[in-house]
Structures are given as C-alpha cells and as structure tokens.
Design a protein around this ligand. Structure first.
Ligand code: PMP
Length: 410
C-alpha cells in the first residue's frame, strides 16, 4: 500500500488507500461524548435537532398516503436532476416571504442544503482555495470545504454578524498571501452557531465589498423564517442576482427527515449544479419532494411556521432567563430567531476540556472550537434551545452553571 496524508497508526487495514482529501473527514472528538449525551437523563443543549413533535402528524400522514396512492408514478420513479417543477414553483412562494424574486428555472432542488454545500465545494474548490467564512461558522460547512481540500479563513463577527471592515481586511490579507478566494460563505439570519443577525445596512455593505472584490457570496438561510420578534431583513439574494448563490431548506420549517433543500444560483452556476446533482444522486429524492409538495399544497404551512416560532420563542426565553439567573457575570448573544445562543466563558476556561465534566453533571453543549477551522472559540460554547422543553432547558443551564462555577473555584 502506498502512503498518503492519512498514514498513521490505525486499525483500518485500508488507511493507506484513502484519498488525501479525506484527511479533513476526521470524526469529531466530541462525537463519542454526544453518544453519551443522548441518554435521557442528560439535558442536551448540544444538537440542532428541530422539534418535529410540533408537526401536524395527521396531515403529514395524509400527504404520504396521497403520495403513494395518487402520485406513485412520479414519487416512486427517478426524476429531474433539477428537482420537480411543481415543488420548485412552490419554493418560489416560500422565498417570496424573504423578498426573493426568482423563476422556476432558477431553482435546483438538493438533498437538504447540506448537499448544496457539498456540490458547491465540488464545483469551486481546488486544493488550497480559500473560503471566507464567519468566525465562528457552521461546523459541517467547514467539514465539507475541508473535505475538498479548501481552506476556511474566518472573518470575525460581533453581535451584529460579520463585521464588514474585518471582512475587507481578511480579504486583503488572504490576497496579499497570494491565495485564491473562491467565495464568502455566510449565514446572515439567526446564525449557526452565534444566533445573531446581519442588519440590512451590513448586508448591503457585505454585498458591495464582494461585488468590488469579485467574490461570490453563498448565502445559507435555513433559519430566516423562524424569527421571534421582528422578521430578519430580506435575503441578500433579494437585491443581488448575479453574485449570490442562495441556499434554502425545508429542514427547519418542516422536517429534516425529508432531506429537501434548494439552491438558487446565477444561470451558468445553476447548470453546473444540476450536472453535479445528477452525477451525485441522479435526481434528488422524488418521494420526499412529492410529500413536501403535497404538504405545501394542502396544509397551512405558514401557520405551522408560526407554531414553530412560538415553540422556539418560549425555549429561547427559558434559556435567556436561566442564563441571567444562574450565570449573570458571563456574556451571551440574544437571538431573535433560530436555534442557538453563543455563550462566552472567562478566558481561562476551555469548553472542550470541560465537556466530560459537564456530561458527568448530565448536561451537554457544543464546544466553541467545533465552529472554527483555526482553533478559535476555546472559551465559548453553542447552546441549542430547539429541542429540550423549557423545563429541561432551565435545568440544563442550572447544571451548566454548577460546572462552570466549579471550574472557576478550582
Ligand atoms: N446550513 C446551516 C447553517 C445549518 O444549520 C444546517 C443544519 N443544521 C444546514 C445548512 C443543513 O441543513 P439541511 O438539513 O437542509 O441539510
């Protein structure tokens, strides 16, 4: 067996055979702990699982039944590599809520927005190419970019999202090093993991910077419709068609098990996306697309999004008030939508080192380092409020406070 980047001590007899790019696919160190954290006695503030129990089960059952009885010819068959036209038409109505005007042909259905990220990485990244991403950024986007040997360089964020001046400086620094920037990856609304939202003024500034610098923007927007107080500002794609690839998904407004997401991209990129989609999966799952389409045609899907908003708002409130009660000296973000709060610990604490002790105290979170490609986030953590009930959230924060205070008094 010839050696490559993955050489090392490993019980896998094939370790020498893997492509060099798989070096970025190392299992996260915290994964084993998460297995422990899924025990029922542990309050998990770690995962980003939507609360699917709030869905109308009867209606969904009917949608599935109609899919099999009446639309089997489409739903059980291979379909278009771009996705079903009827669903793409309905996706236009969903996006219109965030100010986006597009045509049916502009939309490419993908296997969740995760798969759109994978296709974009495949289309754009050569080894060593740089993706600028917010620091911190969505963990599995970082994994995907790395798995195509891209390098993620972070542009610092503050409570208002990515800082435009810092973005300018980051671009200049990367270019001065002679490296190629392929796109900016951004989650402008109810960010994962920070929970913060980019203002309209900053959206315009970021677009202007990227336009001037000739950098494509990948706008990933899974949480935009899940606002609690004010709607998020309209999507960047609502004002810029040529330089923005927009990603959407039904994972948070309906159910992640459907694995139905989409991309809206300028013409030439969209054609390539369809080809890449076909090469990867022939056609995105027709069964899930048909069920989603049936659901959108027959259910009050906007009312359901309102229901989710109510559920998550109550949980956000429970988390914020528990943080105020138990950890008043720390700082955290105040999300107006989405699933996440970002908690900053005193600088001497290391959230990853602390996690085994937290799990022992029956509470789990995601350490901040998971969201950085460069080792940042050591004294921070992401707390998800999407899945546990408000009572569990309060109890989880109480336990977390014990762990943190215990660390500080060591
Ligand atoms: N982008 C972000 C920012 C996310 O938080 C997630 C899901 N956690 C995804 C993409 C992937 O979502 P999907 O289920 O549509 O693949």
């Amino acid at each position: 067996m010839t050696g490559n980047a993955n050489q090392g001590t490993n019980l896998d007899p094939w370790y020498g055979s893997y492509a060099a790019r798989t070096a970025g696919l190392a299992a996260s160190e915290v994964r084993a702990l998460f297995a422990v954290a899924s025990r029922p006695e542990v309050v998990s503030l770690a995962g980003g699982m939507p609360f699917v129990s709030a869905l109308p089960t009867e209606l969904l059952t009917e949608a599935v039944e109609r899919t099999v009885r009446e639309r089997a010819g489409v739903a059980l068959q291979y379909g278009s590599g771009q996705g079903m036209p009827q669903l793409r038409e309905q996706i236009l109505d969903v996006m219109a809520l965030e100010g986006i005007r597009a045509g049916v042909d502009d939309v490419v259905v993908t296997t969740g927005s995760q798969h759109a990220l994978e296709l974009l990485a495949k289309l754009f990244l050569d080894p060593g190419d740089v993706v600028i991403a917010e620091g911190p950024s969505y963990v599995t986007a970082i994994t995907v970019f790395k798995s195509f040997e891209g390098e993620v360089v972070h542009a610092p964020m503050d409570d208002g999202g990515v800082n435009p001046q810092a973005l300018r400086e980051t671009i200049a620094r990367v270019r001065a090093e002679g490296r190629t920037i392929k796109f900016l990856y951004t989650v402008p609304s109810f960010h994962n993991p920070m929970g913060v939202t980019l203002s309209w003024e900053r959206r315009m500034e970021v677009l202007e910077i990227c336009r001037t610098e000739g950098i494509l923007v990948v706008e990933d927007n899974p949480y935009g419709l899940l606002y609690f107080d004010q709607p998020a500002p309209h999507a960047m794609r609502s004002v810029e068609e040529d330089g923005v690839i927009y990603l959407g998904t039904f994972s948070k407004t309906l159910a992640p098990g459907m694995r139905v997401g989409w991309a809206v991209a300028p013409h030439a990129i969209r054609e390539k996306l369809v080809l890449a989609n076909e090469a990867a999966v022939l056609s995105p799952g027709t069964f899930g697309q048909t069920v989603v389409s049936e659901y959108l045609s027959t259910a009050d899907w906007k009312g359901q999004i309102d229901t989710f908003r109510g559920v998550y708002r109550e949980r956000r409130d429970a988390m914020l008030s528990a943080l105020q009660e138990h950890l008043p000296s720390l700082s955290w973000t105040t999300p107006n939508g989405g699933f996440y709060v970002w908690l900053t610990l005193p600088p001497e604490l290391d959230s990853k080192a602390m996690l085994p002790r937290a799990v022992k105290e029956l509470v789990a979170y995601t350490p901040g380092t998971a969201f950085y490609a460069d080792g940042g986030g050591r004294n921070a953590m992401r707390l998800s409020f999407c899945y546990p009930t408000p009572d569990f959230i309060r109890e989880g924060i109480r336990r977390l406070a014990n762990v943190i205070n215990g660390e500080l008094s060591l």
